[in-house]
Design a protein around this ligand. Sequence first.
Ligand code: PHB
Length: 386
Amino acid sequence: MRIQVGIVGAGPAGLMLSHLLHQRGIESVVLDTRTRAEIEGTIRAGVLEQNSVDLMVETGVGDRVKQQGMVHHGIELRFGGRGHRIDFADLTGRGVTIYPQHEVLKDLIARRLADGGDIRFGVSDVEVEGIDGDAPMIRFTEDGTERVLHPDLVAGCDGSRTRTRGLIPARQDHFRQYPFAWFGILAEAPPSSDELIYARHENGFALISTRSPTVQRMYLQVDPDDTVEQWSDDRIWSELHARVDGEGARIVDGPIFSKSVLQFRSFVCEPMQHGRLFLAGDAAHTVPPTGAKGMNLALADVHVLSRAMDRYFAARDRTALDAYTATALPRVWRAQHFSWWMTSMLHRMPEASGFDLNRQLAELDAVTRSRAGRTLLAENYVGMPL
Ligand code: PHB
């Protein structure tokens, strides 16, 4: 089967790329080893930059995010038992929207299928070959039958457990592991706060987020080796109360119906391309969740990549494709710095000395006290325009 673009992975990057290409008259096939139900049911991030919402609305997949997304005009940083608001609206004129990633995926899948798009769920043995030459191939197995795609270009959008990244021969993998993890819960409860709370406490970091008026998402910094079994509901609530409650904040408990441990790492693969293969999203880079950038970076990558592919198919002009890495990387590194900065300001390093802890509090004080400091944080959190 001949096709213009073969896309490996039906996450935010792969599905949005397929959608953006379709809008430019370029046809693609999207492959994923997961079923549609798995993709639409996996709980991931929840914060969309204004850019991401605008991209969805402008390309006709924004009806539900406009209706159901919750617009937030700020966040609270808590330390020393007090909250310090970062007022995004005042500082930047922009905001963020709380709308879970799997809802974005549902919207994109529904739209691709309505537009006649070709998404193959639940395939196996996906192998990309020949990206160095001018006739790449993607082999895969579907319902027990081996099939072959002959795309002009290949997009590796297969997430942090990517196999396509391994096809880039001369690459630099920039990697940082953190000495802690996040314990995430979903609970049936009303919101504890109108806005997200990022709390720094001697026991470690805590984040109060939300999914809907009746479902709340919260996280605790834990040891990277901790397991779900080690954290009873009572232990979770008592730790959340200890880390967050205080002047102007009190967490509301409720039945917990999901628990998971998220590993923390920063990663960038450079370059993000080779021959006819182009990586986007987590296949190319991973950020720790503190800055809420993961899904937004994936969408920003494919915004750039779809335009470059358009130029290639319209005029056989490879200039923009060749410049893809150089165009996409500055935003990736800005997000890397921001996610690392938020992480380092708010988490307790296991080996932290008295000096480290007091320096950390002084940094939080400097950032929240000065308008310039708050503006730096706010500009990065809401995201630079695409
Ligand atoms: C979430 O709601 O899952 C969430 C929110 C903000 C973050 C990370 C995760 O920084």
